[in-house]
Design a protein around this ligand. Structure first.
Ligand SMILES: [Zn+2]
Length: 142
């Protein structure tokens, strides 16, 4: 583990996954966030805790959100403010945060542990759904 990482975020997996884990792991990761600090189930707070900068910018190419690795900050998440259909901004931020688990954080610029895949997208969706469920528990009636 790199000394450059603030010890407060060492509970977050950094380059742990060079394969795509199951949905169960995605849910367990959301539960770990929840157990660490209830407030971090708010995706923007989780991003802040992990040192990820959030930015709003109109995106081309059909993207609603992008994860951009860099030197400082280590990651930036860019959300298109126009894309309010289907997925909430919170969901999209949580999804992008999940992608960081497929990067080696201890490189100068984080690098992917594997190439992007549909399975990874599904893992990130599962994490985002689980995190938002913990943030806003669905009532039995709904
Ligand atoms: Zn994605």
């Amino acid at each position: 583990m790199s000394d450059r990482l603030d010890k407060s975020v060492r509970w977050w997996p950094q380059a742990t996954f060079d394969w795509v884990p199951s949905d169960q792991v995605a849910r367990a990761l959301a539960a770990r966030v929840h157990a660490n600090d209830l407030a971090l189930t708010e995706p923007s707070r989780l991003a802040e805790a992990l040192g990820i900068r959030l930015r709003r910018q109109v995106l081309s190419g059909g993207f609603q959100a992008l994860l951009i690795p860099g030197v400082n900050p280590r990651f930036e998440i860019v959300c298109d403010p126009r894309a309010s259909d289907m997925r909430s901004a919170s969901f999209r931020v949580a999804h992008e945060i999940a992608h960081t688990t497929f990067y080696r954080w201890d490189e100068r610029i984080p690098v992917r542990t594997r190439s992007a895949s549909r399975a990874e997208e599904m893992f990130c969706d599962s994490f985002a759904v689980a995190l938002i469920d913990l943030k806003e528990p669905r009532t039995a009636a709904s």
